[in-house]
Design a protein around this ligand. Structure first.
Ligand code: TYD
Length: 233
């Protein structure tokens, strides 16, 4: 049986460059011969991607904060059972764009539901699954959100039904609370959550991430080069 893989999550504000960094890390690890699974939340499974559609579509109106949190966890419970656990059991390095820290930051902090319900739901619905390491990309909230809004306008123009801008319409105060909640998690769990200043160039940020991740992976094994993509981004 393969040794259990490593679970690495990326967190940060909208537009903080998570997806770019996740791709760069995936390529770097794959070229070292490690089997890598790339996935994202909300989403990562067929059911989860449907839930993502509801959660991110700006046409979804009047969703209550509790319903929003429940949907994030519904997608996550399916994702853990169907993708994350099986990939870890096969020895993969699982790179996930957002996980429960996002719920704690956005619903707990941004929507003011607090951390405790998020931690409780995680325990009930996701069991023991915790990231081995979390890369928290720290950026200035105003700049990141502006970038995410610009990107979303371009994607919405080129892809029918690709409006994923519901969160990006939130206020500056909302994103201030989200960033503060992320930093609180890092303060509480300094071993797991590594804060990376992502205000430099993508290559500078990638180099910092490699310095954090590589020592935690041990020597590359002799496993064949495989990379399974479970989301279409
Ligand atoms: P994502 O696709 O990562 O957006 P971006 O690429 O702009 O960073 O995430 C979609 C949005 O969903 C993002 O605004 C954060 C929000 N979100 C939550 O509010 N709670 C959660 O638990 C998760 C996973 C995401």
């Amino acid at each position: 049986m393969a040794d259990r893989g490593k679970f690495i999550t990326f967190e940060g504000l909208d537009g903080s460059g998570k997806s770019t960094q996740l791709e760069k890390l995936a390529s770097a690890l794959q070229s070292r011969g490690l089997p890598v699974t790339v996935t994202r939340e909300p989403g990562g499974t067929e059911v989860g991607e449907k839930i993502r559609g509801i959660l991110l579509d700006s046409a979804t109106k009047s969703l209550s904060p509790l319903a929003e949190m429940a949907l994030m966890f519904a997608a996550r419970a399916q994702h853990v059972a169907q993708v994350i656990e099986p990939a870890l059991a096969q020895g993969h390095v699982v790179l996930c764009d957002r996980f429960t820290d996002s719920t704690e930051a956005y619903q707990g902090g941004g929507r003011k539901l607090g951390s405790q319900p998020v931690l409780d739901l995680h325990r009930i619905l996701c069991g023991d699954v915790q990231p081995d390491v979390t890369i928290l990309l720290d950026t200035d909230s105003a700049k990141s959100v502006q970038r995410a809004r610009r990107r979303n306008r371009t994607t919405a123009k080129t892809h029918a039904n690709a409006d994923e801008g519901r969160f990006e319409q939130e206020s500056r105060a909302f994103f201030g609370r989200v960033r503060a909640a992320f930093l609180d998690i890092a303060y509480r769990e300094p071993e797991r959550v590594q804060v990376v200043n992502a205000r430099g160039t993508p290559s500078q940020t990638h180099a910092k991430i490699m310095q954090i991740v590589v020592p935690r992976l041990g020597e590359p094994g002799t496993t064949p080069r495989t990379r399974q993509r479970v989301s279409s981004r």
